[in-house]
Design a protein around this ligand. Structure first.
Ligand code: HMG
Ligand code: MG
Length: 301
């Protein structure tokens, strides 16, 4: 398959990137992060989670973040919702896109959302219906699509099964997520080759964590399977509270460097993202994990 002319990059730093931070990140910093990202050209920003604050305390200020940002027309601000209570919070906060999140691994489903895969789908049904009734976009995220921290291997058919269930719920977009960053390009192609048989290729996305340094290679492998939507986190922020040892998402700067090098349009200003990576890394006292970001900063100095 030939490479696409353009791709959509979904910036997940404000949510996936920050959710694992031990120290509470001030709401004002989260708001500034989101606003600077929309200013850099991102059209879809995962902004908040409406989950139990006992489970993920860092995301407890989702409503305040959503209320504080300067909405840029045409930008989709997404919110994670595990159940109807979360949906109500996201609706009240005027989220543009509702994200239901399940797993292809039973063990991870239990650890992350305290229920089986089948129970999670039953819980998502009323959320999906309500989102559709209110004219909101609906996205489904499939965790552990390339491996699970608790059960190890995850069968491709298990991923296909959850994708099918999310498709039945009416998802507009479905994320294939390598939660713990164990996937390799060969495995990535196998999974996308299978799921594109049950859900339209152009509405599937790749969500890669970079634990084993394979994320950029996995994104290239996904491009070869015709995938055109990718998630990334500025400065490579992140980690999952329920996936011990997993590092951050692939760094947005690295993905932009890859895409622009391939002549693929993103609509995003890399120089601005590099500056945002420095801003958020210094704000939370972390080393900037983006290789491209660090290289471009060194060159500028
Ligand atoms: P539970 O304990 O089984 O739920 O948790 P419950 O219904 O018994 O409720 C327990 C308490 O939480 C109650 O409060 C509820 O009111 C409250 P209490 O009566 O004890 O005071 N509660 C809520 N509060 C606020 N918002 C809500 C909500 N729901 C219940 N929506 C539950 C089940 C799903 C709530 C919990 O397990 C949870 O919140 N899990 C979220 C875990 C999470 O956010 N994980 C990270 C996101 S997923 C991810 O990062 C992966 C992804 O990036 C893709 C990838 O890389 O794989 C997307
Ligand atoms: Mg993730």
């Amino acid at each position: 398959m030939s490479l696409p002319r353009a791709v959509k990059i979904v910036e997940v730093g404000p949510r996936d990137g920050l959710q694992n931070e031990k120290e509470f990140v001030p709401t004002a910093v989260k708001v500034e992060l989101v606003d600077r990202l929309s200013g850099a050209g991102f059209k879809n920003i995962e902004t908040a989670s409406f989950v139990s604050p006992k489970w993920v305390p860092q995301m407890a200020d989702g409503a305040e973040v959503m209320a504080g940002i300067a909405r840029k027309p045409g930008t989709i601000y997404s919110a994670l919702t595990p159940n109807l209570k979360g949906y109500e919070g996201a609706l009240a906060a005027h989220a543009d896109e509702i994200v239901i999140f399940g797993a292809a691994s039973e063990a991870f489903s239990q650890k992350n959302i305290n229920c089986s895969i089948a129970e999670s789908i039953a819980r998502f049904e009323p959320v999906a219906r309500a989102a559709k009734d209110n004219g909101l976009r609906l996205r489904g995220s499939v965790s552990c699509a390339l491996g699970c921290p608790y059960q190890g291997d995850v069968a491709v058919l298990a991923v296909v099964d959850v994708v099918q269930r999310f498709a039945d719920l009416g998802c507009d977009e479905i994320d294939i997520a390598d939660t713990i960053g164990v996937g390799t390009p060969k495995h990535t192609r196998e999974v996308f080759s299978a799921v594109t048989k049950v859900f339209p290729r152009e509405r599937l996305s790749g969500h890669f964590h970079d634990t084993y340094g394979q994320a950029v290679a996995n994104i290239y492998a996904s491009l070869l399977e015709g995938i055109e939507i990718f998630h990334a986190s500025v400065a490579g922020l992140g980690g999952c509270p329920y996936a011990v040892g997993a590092t951050g998402n692939v760094a947005t700067e690295d993905v932009l460097y890859l895409m622009h090098g391939l002549g693929i349009e993103t609509g995003i200003d890399l120089a601005q993202v590099v500056a945002i990576g420095e801003f958020i890394s210094s704000s939370i006292g972390r080393t900037n994990a983006s290789r491209a970001g660090r290289a471009l900063l060194a060159k500028a100095r």
